[in-house]
Design a protein. Structure first.
Length: 276
């Protein structure tokens, strides 16, 4: 009887801790949301410029010389259809990462309000999750704009708004918002943020299967491409938009989820040992 009572109390405690973690995460997120909600249009539009340029230059310009079966595999009507899911992946990656990184850097390096957050009696994981959620929302705002453009160009509403497609977008935002939290906590200047952008985000934008089919690459290059999280988002979104469920690469979902969880624990560790 005593052991059953102890087990029950243990489960109740764990449940209570989990609920507290969720509430604290939402509280941290709410602080960012109050600032974010007045800039919804600005955030949604800021990440739309580059995808639109790529769509016009590659999809409508260069795309006329690239036909399905030549350079890309699959049943696509044209190259524009092929790159549109990649543009959703790219835009959500860029805004989730840069928005989260600059938000934390601004609090740490300029407004000097970040120290107040570290003094709040909140679990470090809750701090990370709250900041990550804000980054996810930023990414979804911009991704929503690109999805609207994709629907207007193709007329395929369900292809870009089905649950599996949206799940992959959320996971992609979570991965790069989590990475943005870690970078934001690590850098000592905005110049350092530029280095991460130049050596990580920009190369991944072009190597993450956004503009090409990884299946057409040599084996050595495939190894490099499949080390990038954006690759799993791009091929997953493309399959979710155009291919039957039987051909969907289901491995992309757990890979992105594991990456997001791993980054969350790294971010929580950094919050727990932050010296600002």
């Amino acid at each position: 009887m005593k052991s059953q009572t102890s087990l029950h109390l243990g489960k109740t405690l764990k449940s209570s801790q989990f609920q507290t973690l969720i509430v604290d995460s939402l509280t941290v997120f709410w602080g960012d949301w109050l600032d974010l909600r007045v800039r919804i249009v600005q955030v949604a539009a800021s990440g739309l410029i580059s995808p639109l340029i790529y769509i016009l230059a590659f999809g409508l310009g260069l795309g006329s010389s690239i036909k399905p079966g030549v350079g890309i595999s699959g049943n696509y009507n044209n190259y524009l259809e092929f790159i549109l899911p990649g543009m959703v992946a790219l835009s959500s990656m860029v805004i989730s990462f840069t928005g989260t990184t600059f938000s934390i850097c601004g609090d740490r390096l300029f407004s000097k309000t970040f120290e107040e957050m570290l003094l709040v009696p909140v679990h470090p994981l809750a701090l990370h999750l709250g900041k990550m959620l804000a980054g996810v929302v930023r990414g979804l705002m911009t991704a929503g704009s690109v999805i609207l453009v994709a629907v207007l160009f193709t007329g395929k509403v369900w292809s870009f708004l089905n649950p599996l497609f949206l799940l992959l977008v959320v996971l992609n935002c979570a991965v790069f918002a989590g990475l943005g939290v870690i970078v934001g906590l690590s850098v000592r200047s905005l110049e350092a943020v530029g280095l991460y952008n130049n050596f990580v985000i920009i190369p991944m934008s072009f190597l993450g299967a956004t503009f090409f089919d990884p299946a057409t690459l040599p084996a050595a290059l495939k190894i490099v491409v499949y080390l990038l999280p954006l690759t799993y988002t791009s091929i997953g979104l493309r399959a979710a938009a155009y291919l039957p469920m039987s051909q969907f690469p289901w491995y992309s979902v757990p890979i992105l989820a594991v990456m997001a969880i791993a980054l969350s624990f790294v971010g929580a560790y950094q919050f727990a040992h932050q010296q600002d």
